[in-house]
Write a protein that binds this ligand. Structure first.
Ligand SMILES: [Fe+2]
Ligand SMILES: [Fe+2]
Length: 159
């Protein structure tokens, strides 16, 4: 049984985000399986997972920028924290199997909370503003003088 499996509970009814999140789950599962395999396949799997996660988070950060979020909001901060951790593991601990197992377990625990709170709040903000993620345009933009959104918009956000 893999650490994280896709379920409809993770779906946010935002096709582009849901596709990216399904890929995240698939690549994490692939990484988990690769820990018990040959070293070169493990390195390649870690590389794929990190590259995909960089693109995944960069895409959400771009969307937040287009929607009027402050650059330093708690959602973007979580992304940056995870990317920093991944970069460190890739650079210094890529052959440390117990640590990679811990990384997979930690991400499998973290991701559903992140998706159901922060990514869900982002999806809701996109829906409210009529944001077309493909074109990067909103139908109902916030006023030019609106203050930047400093929290992530989730109900548990204290900002
Ligand atoms: Fe996400
Ligand atoms: Fe996110």
């Amino acid at each position: 049984m893999s650490a994280l499996t896709w379920s409809e509970a993770l779906a946010l009814q935002h096709p582009q985000m849901d596709d990216t999140h399904r890929e995240f789950v698939d690549l994490l599962t692939e990484l988990e399986a690769a820990i018990d395999g040959p070293a070169d396949a493990l390195a390649a799997s870690l590389e794929r997972f990190v590259a995909h996660t960089e693109a995944h988070f960069a895409q959400e950060d771009r969307w937040m920028g287009a929607l009027g979020f402050a650059a330093e909001n708690c959602h973007a901060f979580q992304h940056a924290h995870v990317l920093q951790l991944l970069a460190e593991v890739k650079a210094k601990h890529a052959a440390n199997l117990p640590l990679l197992r811990q990384l997979v377990a930690g991400l499998a625990e973290w991701f559903p909370q992140h998706a159901q709170m922060m990514d869900a709040a982002l999806a809701q903000t996109m829906a409210e503003q009529g944001f077309d993620a493909t074109r990067g345009e909103t139908e109902r933009p916030r006023g030019a003088n609106a203050a930047p959104i400093t929290g992530c918009g989730s109900v548990s956000c204290s900002d």
